[in-house]
Design a protein around this ligand. Structure first.
Ligand code: ZN
Length: 175
């Protein structure tokens, strides 16, 4: 089995380069992050989300398009915060598509309605006040209300910075 290379960035040892790249993205966007804040038990299964973003919720990085749907939805429901999942690699900004799958807590749904996942979500920056929100097809924005600017900026600079980041030498595959 091939193991991801542990990567150091800002005093953290990330389990993979992809995780470290997302940390670079958050820094370049001004999004606060905490790496592996705490582990949980979801219906008896251990679950340790990769990042906690205090302004948004939990953030999971997946090298492959594989995830445990049910676990993630139950986690979001229990913790009453959204869980964002990013897949495979830092996206190219010009693709124009979202790159996040969002598990929205059921508690966010209006009374008596079912809450559904978001697809193709992404971080956007308000072009008027600079506030960052997550664009979501279910809710226009999650925890992102600001000045009602047009929110058209897709943080391309931060995505590019994350894609192009070089990390220190001497990374060794975990034995
Ligand atoms: Zn705004």
């Amino acid at each position: 089995m091939i193991k991801a290379i542990e990567t150091r960035y800002k005093g953290h040892r990330f389990r993979s380069r992809l995780e470290a790249r997302w940390a670079v993205f958050f820094d370049a966007s001004g999004i606060k992050w905490i790496y592996e804040k705490e582990g949980f038990s979801v219906n008896g299964k251990p679950y340790l989300p990769d990042f906690y973003l205090p302004e948004f919720g939990y953030f999971e990085v997946k090298g492959r398009y594989e995830y445990d749907d049910q676990l993630m939805q139950e986690f979001a429901n229990e913790i009453r915060e959204p869980l964002f999942v990013a897949f495979e690699e830092i996206p190219l900004p010009e693709s124009g598509r979202g790159y996040l799958k969002t598990f929205i807590p059921q508690s966010y749904a209006p009374e008596g309605e079912m809450m559904y996942w978001g697809y193709d979500d992404m971080f956007l920056e308000c072009d008027e006040c600079g506030k960052i929100s997550v664009q979501n097809a279910v809710y226009d924005t999650i925890k992102g209300n600001c000045c009602e600017g047009s929110r058209e900026m897709s943080l391309e600079h931060a995505l590019m910075e994350a894609r192009e980041a070089r990390f220190e030498h001497g990374d060794k595959p975990k034995v």
